[in-house]
Structure formats: C-alpha cells, structure tokens
Design a protein around this ligand. Structure first.
Ligand code: AHG
Ligand code: MN
Ligand code: MN
Length: 335
C-alpha cells in the first residue's frame, strides 16, 4: 500500500467536502504538530525530570502530573497561534481560553484533554490527548461568550485523539468515518494505517473499574453483571480489561468491540468523565465507526453541557453491548 500521509488524506478529504476550508486543514495540521511534540516529550519521560506530580491540584480536584502541565502548555502555545481558533477549553484550565487579539483568529473552538490517563505515566503505560472541534455559532462576533462554547456533541465538526502507546497513533473523524494513522518516528509523519475503522456490532470485552462496585446503585450493578452472565457471539465468556486511561480503553474497544463503562456513583451521579473533552469526542468517533455512546439513558451527543467541566456517566462501544446496558436502566426506570 502506498504511504498516505495525514496531510494528503486531509487534502483529499477537503475536495470531497466543499464546506471544509484551508483554515480547518491548518487547524488539524497544528494539532498534529502539538501531538508530535507531546509524543517526543513522553518518549523521553524516564530520562528527564518530568515524571511525578507538580504538587498542585487542578480544577477537577485531581493531582496534576508534570506531564499534564507540559502537554497543556504545548497545546495552548501552538494552538493559540494556529489562526483558526477563537477559543479553547482545556481539562486543566478552569476558565475558557479566549484567543488574544495579538494572534490571528478564526471561527473554530477547540476543547481538549491534554493528557488523558496521566496517572499511568509514571509506570510507562499508554496515555493520550483527546480533542473536540466545534464551530462558533453563525453570526457571533466579538468576544466569545461561554454559551457559544457550550454546545452538544452532535455539533462537533471533528474529534479524535492521539494515543501515545507502543507506537503513537492519531485517530480522528471529520464526520466521514474514522481513520487511524501511525507515526513513523523516522520521518516524523503520521501514515494511514487504519482506514475506515468500524466497531464490531458486539464484542467480547467489558471494561470498568470494578473496585467501585460498592459505590454503584442497583441498576448499575445489574448492568455490569449482565456482562458476567451473558455470552459472546462465539458462545464464550466476556473477558475484562481496564487500562485506566480512557483513551487506551476506548482505542481497544474501537478495534476489538465490546464496551467501556464509567458508570455513575451513588454519591457522584455524573461519574467522573468530562462531557466536553472526553465523552463527546469519543462518542463522535464511536458513532462514526458504527458504534454507540450513552449515559445509560440518553445519547451522549445530545447532552447539553451546562458548564465547561460538566461530567457524565459513559457507556461506549459496540451497539449491542451499549444497548444491553440501556435496557437494564430502562427496566429499572419503569419498575
Ligand atoms: P485524566 O488523566 O485526564 O484525569 O483522566 C483520567 C480518567 C480516564 O482516563 C480513566 O478512564 C479514568 O480517569 C480512570 O478513573 P478511575 O481510576 O476512577 O477508574
Ligand atoms: Mn482524561
Ligand atoms: Mn487529563
């Protein structure tokens, strides 16, 4: 197969979608450059003094790792100069970042989790960067208002992630299927390795942190139990996998099928995951790959975020596996 670079793929794509502009292609190009820069830093993590925490707690109440901060700074520095954005929101920043007038500005809004799964970094396990791209609502000018950014996930014009694993991969969708690229470190280019990724209709793996079982309500326990008791299409038991980095657990689910679950807790009904920078972009990819994403009752892409850092329960993956969970919640609702 001839090597297709991500730039070449974007240009071909642009021909097919007349609404795509050079501004948008430039945005993706700079996102990719940020990802390559972060990848390089992560590759050297054991050699430089960049492991461990900064001693600070972020807006989410979580310990900030040095690499969280480095990845966040790389993203903000590069992306505020890309010329296509008017605003950004990062998991690590409490407030909306409005692109300063000293830089050229565009119509797009970027929401990102600079480093997902960062509690894994000290033990050399996969982490990733998740991104979601929205367009500023038609007719809005001047200073970007928070309401312009708080859009449901179905409005995303593109979403994806960069996975820093044994190899670095870029997986994204602009609404025309999901495509995966692998970084060739020798030439510094992402090459098309996984065209048109599709999630199998049913999988054989469920992924959830069962350590919190005593903090789940009865329907959640029953939903997870369903995977203990049902059979795969081949008549086998479901297997369990949990990396603890959403981006890695999702990547496996995208390829093998199955389900990733971050359910509600009794004392935290919205669970842990962030709607705008984690659940929505992955839900966009899941649907584009023929899968499904739900909060147990509603489609993730239809949820209206009430704040930048709103959280949601997440059930994502193969259609049949996600529907099995929804059926359990629906039964409890009517019981
Ligand atoms: P982040 O590192 O960006 O804060 O995200 C961590 C998230 C997600 O990646 C992962 O699936 C989940 O936290 C794991 O949480 P638990 O340890 O509660 O299972
Ligand atoms: Mn995360
Ligand atoms: Mn993070």
């Amino acid at each position: 197969m001839a090597d297709v670079t991500v730039t070449e793929h974007l240009l071909l794509h642009q021909k097919q979608t007349p609404q795509a502009t050079g501004q948008f292609t430039g945005l993706l190009y700079d996102l990719i450059l940020s990802g390559k820069t972060i990848s390089r830093r992560i590759n050297k993590a054991g050699l430089l003094d960049i492991l461990g925490g900064t001693g600070e707690v972020n807006v989410q109440g979580e310990n900030v790792q040095k690499l969280d901060e480095i990845a966040n700074r790389i993203m903000i520095y590069r992306m505020e100069r890309c010329g296509a954005l008017c605003a950004m929101s990062s998991e690590e920043e409490a407030e909306l970042i409005r692109v300063s007038p000293e830089f050229p500005r565009g119509d797009y809004i970027l929401i990102f989790d600079p480093l997902d799964g960062s509690s894994n970094i000290d033990v050399n396990i996969n982490v990733g960067t998740i991104f979601s791209i929205l367009r500023r609502p038609e007719g809005c000018t001047g200073e970007v208002a928070l309401e312009e950014v708080l859009q449901p996930g179905r409005n995303q014009v593109a979403a994806g992630y960069i996975l820093y694993g044994p190899s670095t991969m870029l997986v994204f969708s602009t609404g025309q299927g999901v495509h995966g690229f692998t970084l060739d470190p020798g030439v510094g280019e992402f090459l098309l390795s996984h065209p048109n990724m599709r999630i199998p209709e049913q999988g054989g793996i469920y992924s959830v942190n069962e350590g919190y079982r005593n903090n789940w309500d009865a329907p959640t326990r029953e939903a997870v139990d369903w995977f203990h008791n049902c059979e795969t299409q081949d008549g086998k038991f479901y297997s369990s996998r949990y990396v603890g980095a959403l981006v890695a657990d999702f990547h496996r689910t995208l390829i093998y099928g199955g389900i990733y679950m971050y359910p509600p807790y009794v004392n935290k009904p919205n669970g842990k995951l962030r709607l705008m920078c984690e659940a929505s972009p992955l839900a966009f990819l899941a649907e584009q790959a023929g899968g499904k994403a739900s909060d147990g009752k509603r489609r993730i892409l239809d949820l209206q975020p009430e704040r930048l850092h709103a959280r949601t329960p997440l059930f994502i993956g193969s259609v049949k596996d996600v529907e099995a969970v929804e059926k359990v919640y629906a039964r409890h609702k009517t019981a």
